[in-house]
Write a protein that binds this ligand. Structure first.
Ligand SMILES: [Mn+2]
Length: 326
């Protein structure tokens, strides 16, 4: 376990440098994107130069957020900065090409809430009790007295609302609601932003849900629900990677299910595994670690090389082992 620095040390590093790049993980979620954009907007308010890179570029569903146009794919040639900041990313490989596009920097900062974070970087701040990296970014901004403008608040709201499942998961604390209250005071319109975040989907997503529901399997006497989605199905629907985000929650919600798994065949002979647990005694982070992945106790993932059916069999075996001996 790496020793954390303080938020004050990070604030000082932000104050005392000029050129920043903020990066986050491949297949970004609302937390990864919201944090990165919020930090970059804050740095710009402080008069700094700040760019945001993500291998996947801006997310279609989050383009409504102010500042989302700051997100660029990393350049082919490495660029130098004073400081590189990795947010919401547990390991360096998860940063993808954005990591290798960072050339010389004086300092690497690693801000995250994943318990599996490897502690890379010079200034490391990991708080695994924070439900979202967005909550850590808020604490940083507040502790340092940095600007919290309405656009920054909206991005932090998107980050926190995404990773708490709209303030529903058990990681949601009183502090989370205090932060939410502050973000509303700054200008977040709850109804408006919730509709964009959670109540608006492209039709492709409904087609995908239809395919997922047709493919659901129950094992372990109904305590595990899983779905393996072939690449051909995804291609036929024209679905993009972000369309599959959150579909697993439909499986997880089924009564009796304690572990849900969603397997998605990717190009290049790989399979993306997503897992969710409904009970902290069933640690899906440990299951995903067997496949080289990680995450949180109740939400974790991995990417493995292999055929869909073969990977599915291995994952179902690992789930069955976990359910038999929690
Ligand atoms: Mn997160």
């Amino acid at each position: 376990m790496t020793t954390n620095c303080t938020l004050a040390q990070i604030a000082e590093a932000l104050r005392s440098h000029r050129r920043f790049v903020v990066i986050s993980h491949i297949r970004p979620d609302g937390d990864a994107v919201g944090c990165a954009v919020a930090l970059a907007l804050c740095l710009r308010e402080l008069g700094k130069e700040a760019v945001v890179w993500n291998d996947d570029g801006p997310l279609e569903k989050l383009r409504f957020l102010p500042g989302s146009d700051l997100i660029q794919k990393p350049p082919a040639q490495p660029e130098d900065f004073d400081v590189a900041i990795a947010v919401d990313t547990s390991t360096q490989p998860r940063l993808g090409d954005s990591r290798t596009a960072v050339g010389n920097v004086k300092l690497w900062i690693n801000l995250d809430h994943h318990i599996s974070n490897t502690g890379f970087g010079d200034l490391v701040y990991i708080d695994s009790t924070a439900p979202a990296s967005g909550q850590i970014v808020f604490e940083l901004i507040q502790a340092a007295g940095f600007p919290l403008t309405p656009p920054i608040a909206e991005n932090l709201w998107a980050a926190i609302a995404t990773d708490t499942g709209s303030f529903q998961y058990s990681n949601t604390t009183a502090r989370t609601f205090e932060i939410a209250a502050e973000l509303i005071r700054v200008g977040v319109q709850v109804g408006k932003i919730s509709e964009r975040l959670f109540q608006t989907h492209p039709r492709r997503r409904l087609e995908l849900l239809r395919a997922v529901l047709n493919a659901v399997r129950f094992t372990c006497e109904g305590r595990a629900a899983s779905c393996a989605l072939p690449l051909a199905t995804v291609t036929a629907i024209g679905a993009t990677p972000e369309d599959t985000e959150g579909l697993i929650d439909t499986l997880r919600g089924t009564e009796g299910v304690v572990i849900a798994a969603f397997l998605e065949e990717l190009e290049g002979g790989k399979v993306r595994i997503s897992t969710r647990s409904k009970d902290p005694r069933y640690d899906v982070c440990k299951i995903c670690a067997q496949f080289g992945g990680g995450g949180h106790t109740q939400a974790a993932g991995a990417r493995v090389t292999g055929g869909l059916a073969e990977v599915e069999a291995r994952v179902l075996q690992a789930i069955s082992d976990a359910i038999q001996q929690p």
